[in-house]
Structure formats: C-alpha cells, structure tokens
Write a protein that binds this ligand. Structure first.
Ligand code: CP
Ligand code: NVA
Length: 310
C-alpha cells in the first residue's frame, strides 16, 4: 500500500520521531540531501490560498533536487467535476508525490484513493499535519524535546490546527490541552483517537473551555486565527466569544516561566495574539515558519523511501 500523509496519525510515534530527526539533519546541512535528483517532479495543488506552504514546498522540492509543479486548481478541472480519484490516478503517472491543500477531508481522501504515489495533506478543513511537524521540530529546538512537555492551544478549538495539535502532540508524547468557547470545541472522535495514542506514548489530552486552566504551567502556548479559510461567511460570531482566549501578556503569566509561543501564521495581530507577544522574546513563531521547509523535506524523503521499499 502506498503511504499517504493525510492526518497526523498516519505516522506512528517512531516514524514521526524519525522524520523530525531527519529534518534536524537537513536543517543543519541544507543542500546535502537530493532524493528527488533526476529530477523527479512533485505536484503541489491549492484549492485555497497559501504563502508559507506554497513557497516552502516549492523551495524544498527544488532543494531536494526535484521539480516542483505548483498549481492553483482553478486552472485545472478540479472545480468542474473531474473525479478526484481520476485526478490522483493520472497525476501518479507523472509525479513522485502529490501535495494538496483543499476543503473537506473527503476530497483529499478521494485523491489518495486513486493515487499510486504518496499524497500529502497541505491543510484541509480538518487537519494541518505538515504544520504540526514544523511545530514539533520547533518545540524540540526550543524546549529540548517533546515528550512530557505540556502544550496549550487556545482559540478556535474546533479547527484544523486544534485537531492536529491533539493528534500530533499525543503522538509526540506531549500533554495537549486545547481550549475554546462552547461551540468551538474539537470533534469528539479526534479527542478519542488522540487519547488512544497518548495512552501509548505517555502523553495526555484535554479539551477545555477555560483558557487560564489550559495554559497553566504550560511549556508551549499556541494559537491560530479565529476565522479559518472558508469560514468567513459562516454566520457565526467569530470575535466576541474568543476575546478571553487572546494570547497576550496577561494570559502568558499563567504559563510556565520559560514557555514559548507558537502561531502557524498568518496572524491577525491584535485579535488572537498581541504584537507584544508575537514580537516578544518568547515567540518562536518565525523559527516555526522556517521549520516548515525542513520538516516537509524530511517528510517527502521519508515517504519516497517507504515507496521504494514496496
Ligand atoms: N501556516 C500556513 O499554512 O500558512 P499558509 O496558509 O501561508 O501556507
Ligand atoms: N486554521 C487556519 C490555518 C491557516 C494556516 C485556516 O485553515 O485558515
């Protein structure tokens, strides 16, 4: 079976650790690894906007010796009824891997069902697993490791980042607390899956409504936009209920003394996070953004190596 990376838990704890180990080696010797030399091509497809994901995959594939094909799907047949399974099947004849940012998780699952090369989730409505590899790499670098560390994510706890923190954090042996207002809490199935993973890694997970309880003594405090792509006109009040969850100096006072701050970006400064925190000494946000490049290069290398073993 072709290995895909559609959700954070598509990597076992040992595999996730191996990808992060490789990412660190790639970061230390950036141009030394060329598994795509030939060059082999990778398709990177976007149903939604992007800055970091787009450029880090484009640059990363080139650095691996490959040829990136970065395409906005409006110029393809994606939006006009071509079967996504057929698209996955066709693209597999051209490229070594398919990277896709899209809406529903059913869409990427359809592409993967047809594909015979690895399919990588570059963000869906449900998950953002490539971002989490970068976040965990950042936690390793700033906190000395992930196991036993406490990560608090506050804000829209029903979104893709919240779900990925639960799954990837549990896989990394972290104690993950996500907190959001009532109505913006994670999918109970994802919480249950994260609990099952945590039982095997020594981590734990909790979904809360109290932001102070979530960040208390945490090693990592993370947040994200209150309005994800596609939610702009969903009719919900995406400001007032979230105000107590803003990552600001007062909230951070409840975190551990050396706590770091993460945000996947783009940030809405003055909403989910203040300038003072984002630009302050505890912010690891720009290392986190850089780590997208290294983590994705390692992930691609891992999946291509798995493919060669088949
Ligand atoms: N963090 C992240 O995925 O950013 P982009 O939407 O700019 O790719
Ligand atoms: N939750 C955000 C993440 C952006 C990188 C969104 O889906 O828009």
């Amino acid at each position: 079976m072709t290995r895909h990376f559609l959700r954070d838990d598509d990597l076992s704890p040992a595999e996730q650790a191996a990808v992060l180990d490789l990412a660190l080696r790639m970061k230390a010797d950036r141009f030394a690894f060329t598994p795509l030399a030939g060059p082999r091509s990778v398709a990177v497809l976007f149903d939604k906007q992007s800055l970091r994901t787009r450029i880090s995959f484009d640059a990363g594939i080139a650095e691996l010796g490959g040829h990136p094909l970065v395409v906005d799907t409006q110029v393809t047949h994606f939006g006009r009824g071509e079967s996504l399974g057929d698209a996955g099947r066709v693209l597999s004849r051209y490229v070594a891997a398919i990277v896709l940012r899209t809406h529903g998780d059913d869409r990427i699952a359809e592409v993967a069902a047809g594909a015979t090369v690895p399919v990588i989730n570059a963000l869906t409505d449900g998950y953002h697993p490539c971002q989490l590899l970068a976040d965990l790499l950042t936690v390793r670098q700033w906190c000395g490791g992930t196991e036993g560390r406490t990560l608090a994510y506050v804000g829209d706890a029903a979104n893709n980042m919240s779900h990925s923190y639960l799954l990837a954090g549990a896989t990394a042996g972290m104690h993950v607390r996500v907190a959001g207002p009532a109505g913006f809490l994670p999918d109970p199935d994802v919480v249950a899956r994260a609990e099952a993973i945590a039982a095997g890694t020594g981590g734990s997970v909790r979904a809360l409504t109290d932001p102070v309880a979530a960040v208390r003594d945490a090693d990592v405090v993370a947040t994200d936009t209150w309005t994800s792509m596609g939610q702009e006109d969903d009719g919900l009040d995406r400001t007032t209920p979230f105000l107590p969850y803003q990552v600001n100096k007062a909230l951070l006072e409840h975190a551990g003394p050396a706590a770091i701050v993460l945000h996947c970006l783009p940030a809405h400064r003055g909403e989910e996070i203040t300038d003072e925190v984002l630009d302050g000494p505890r912010s690891a946000v720009f290392d986190q953004a850089e780590n997208r490049l290294h983590a994705q290069k390692a992930l691609l290398t891992f999946l291509l190596t798995e493919e060669e073993k088949r």
